[in-house]
Write a protein that binds this ligand. Structure first.
Ligand code: CA
Length: 342
């Protein structure tokens, strides 16, 4: 029996190890960023992808909270080996505040924690410099998954002339394609998004907010999962989710809309996750009214963005559950140490 397990596991590891896809994840530290990272970290554990770095940017909360939330997740998952880089503390043309309070002041439900995460784990280099060095080392091999305002990315595009050329692809959560109401990630730094959309040289896969709103999953279904999943990573996330749902207050029958994990899965398994993909010309409205909303299909725009219009929600839910259930499980070749979290 043990030989069978060893054989199957080594087959999986050997096969996947041939070509783990390299990815950098740029986050703004909300509960949904956390969920996205769990999906990606589980795939990293299986050697399907390699998370080269997590970059932080102001968005859901101030930069220091973003960093703390990500470090706390890595500690809970015993994955402090994944490098975390600080990034932009402010947008290019900041709006008042420029942070979102949907996930609380600290972006993670304002929970009380027994201890602060180890901030010494933060890398000393600023993120655009690190990313460009990595892009030069692995040209056209690195994907970017962007789950917050695109400030870090836009700065990279503007500092380094060849930044855009070296990227393989970008998966971006953000924007509106049908409503006029701007989506947060674009609204909070429209100039950054426009820089990225107008100077990109690699394929962009954009997940707009309206696609996420079509979810078939309810708050109640998420809360009920606590009956079948229990580990430090899940418990920490659900403590924040349950507190925030109670404070808003949300009805269990309401749709549970969480965009970032959908964008992460779209990157990880595009064929299984994305049901409808269209190519559209996309730019960002930089003046009022509706500053920060997307202008779609404008013939004068010179790009072609892949818009993720429909998702397989059953596949998403299955993957979401599996990722959270497995993230802390110890493999034969990997030691799991449960940290002092909750
Ligand atoms: Ca986010």
């Amino acid at each position: 029996m043990l030989y069978s397990i060893l054989f199957i596991t080594s087959l999986v590891l050997c096969d996947a190890a041939l070509s783990p896809r390299k990815v950098i994840v740029d986050v703004d530290g909300g509960v949904d960023d956390y969920q996205a990272l769990v999906i990606l970290m589980n795939a990293d554990k299986l050697k399907i992808i390699k998370i080269e770095a997590i970059l932080c940017t102001k968005g859901n909360t101030e930069l220091v909270h973003v960093e703390n939330n990500i470090l706390r997740l890595l500690e809970a998952a015993s994955r402090t080996d994944i490098p975390v880089y600080s990034g932009s503390y402010k947008q290019i043309m900041p709006i008042d505040g420029g942070t979102q309070r949907y996930y609380g002041i600290d972006g993670f439900g304002d929970l009380k924690h027994e201890k602060q995460p180890n901030r010494k784990l933060l890398k000393k280099v600023i993120s655009p410099t690190y990313v460009f060095d990595l892009l030069k080392k692995y040209p056209k091999q690195i994907s970017l998954v962007l789950l917050g305002p695109q400030t870090n990315n836009a700065i990279g595009f503007r500092i380094y002339k060849e930044y855009a050329k070296y990227l393989k692809e970008m998966y971006i959560m953000g924007g509106n394609i049908r409503n006029t109401e701007p989506e947060f990630n674009i609204l909070v730094d429209p100039e950054a998004a426009e820089i990225v959309f107008s100077t990109t040289e690699c394929p962009i896969f954009l997940l707009p907010f309206e696609t996420c709103q079509e979810t078939t999953i309810t708050n109640g279904e998420l809360l009920n999962m606590t009956d079948i999943i229990s580990n430090p990573v899940w418990n920490l996330m659900m403590k924040a989710e349950a507190k925030l749902m109670a404070e808003r207050p949300d009805d269990p029958k309401d749709k549970w809309v969480s965009c970032d994990p959908v964008a992460a899965l779209a990157y990880l398994s595009p064929k299984k996750t994305i049901k409808v993909l269209t190519k559209r010309k996309v730019s960002v409205k930089l003046d009022e009214p509706n500053r920060g909303s997307l202008i779609v299909d404008n013939p004068t725009t010179n790009n072609s963005i892949n818009i993720i219009e429909q998702i397989d929600w059953n596949y998403f839910m299955k993957s979401f559950k599996t990722s959270f259930a497995d993230i802390c499980k110890c493999g034969i070749f990997r030691r799991c140490v449960v940290q002092n979290v909750l």
